[in-house]
Write a protein of this length. Structure first.
Length: 314
């Protein structure tokens, strides 16, 4: 991707995922045998960047790896997927991030993350990552980096007039920094994240919209609340609505949220209206649950278009 071409910028984590598939989750003190295991690229930043690339959009990723063997694996995978990695820095003093993921027979997951290089840099590193914003049409951010750096990069994007899409995962124990809400043009929490941020458990369109109003009051213009198998609710300055879930056979939900966000960014970058963009995003997230893995679960544009055709709006 030429440095001067318009693109979606992703600022976030790069990990290598170690995934174990089990019949059920282990109890404290219990040892279980796995029936399958894989190793592959992960981290919310890397997942979202690859998912955007799979949809045919130019995308650049900014963040950190170490200089170890896992870093080589991560960078090679990203580049082969078409992700610009010029702003993916190497930290010789830290290990590449790692995630340890257990998936049960129902496709539910438990995840432990060792952030490594992802968590080694604060706001002072903002100038190193800022070049990823050159010619960016939209920036995607998550919370798998130091919060001061997320905040600094969001401020920089706002100063440049670049819309910010914030995935608030993982939600900090004390919640998001208050200053971050007005810098986020779009926020995309799932059910648990919505509850942690607002105190409201979103179980349907009504409760999701109640939670969205709290997010609006804190300064975020558009709130998109993912309800898993119950669908998606969106609340924007010019539109509100509900998108029904797509009917798929879910086997692994690890990257569903990342693929949803990638689909949303891709559709918005193409000029789609918010309701159309959310439905496209929901199709991306649904397809990601039908295959194992994180970054490798991301669907292509043709696959998303086929699902949208096969399951039109009710």
């Amino acid at each position: 991707m030429p440095a001067s071409s318009p693109h979606i910028a992703v600022i976030g984590s790069t990990n290598i995922d170690f995934v174990a598939h089990v019949e059920r989750f282990a109890q404290p003190g219990e040892t279980l045998h796995v029936h399958a295991s894989t190793t592959g690229l992960g981290g919310k930043g890397a997942n979202q960047a690859i998912a955007v690339a799979r949809l045919g959009q130019d995308v650049a990723l900014a963040g950190w790896t170490g200089t170890d063997m896992l870093a080589t694996m991560a960078r090679t995978t990203l580049q082969q997927a078409g992700v610009d990695t010029h702003c993916l820095m190497e930290d010789p003093a830290a290990d590449t991030g790692r995630a340890f993921i257990t998936i049960n027979h129902a496709g539910e997951n438990q995840i432990l993350v060792d952030g490594g290089a992802n968590m080694a840099h604060g706001a002072e590193a903002c100038p190193l990552l800022s070049p990823v914003l050159d010619h960016a049409t939209l920036v995607m951010m998550q919370m798998e980096m130091r919060h001061a750096l997320v905040l600094a990069m969001a401020r920089t994007a706002r100063e440049r007039g670049i819309p910010v899409m914030l995935d608030p995962a993982p939600v900090p124990a004390r919640g998001l920094p208050a200053e971050l809400y007005p810098l986020a043009d779009i926020i995309t929490p799932n059910e648990r994240e919505t509850r942690d941020l607002t105190g409201i458990e979103p179980t349907d369109e009504t409760t999701a919209l109640q939670a969205a109003q709290i997010l609006h009051a804190r300064g975020t213009r558009t709130a998109i609340i993912k309800l898993g198998h119950r669908g998606v609710v969106y609340s924007a300055p010019d539109a509100q609505g509900f998108v029904s879930p797509f009917r798929v056979r879910a086997i692994d939900t690890v990257a569903a949220g990342d693929c949803f966000n990638a689909g949303l960014a891709s559709a918005l970058a193409r000029g789609a209206a918010i309701g159309e963009a959310v439905r496209f995003a929901a199709a991306c997230g649904a397809l990601a649950t039908t295959r194992p893995g994180a970054a490798q679960a991301a669907p292509t544009m043709d696959e998303v278009a086929d699902l949208l055709d096969r399951q039109p709006p009710a």
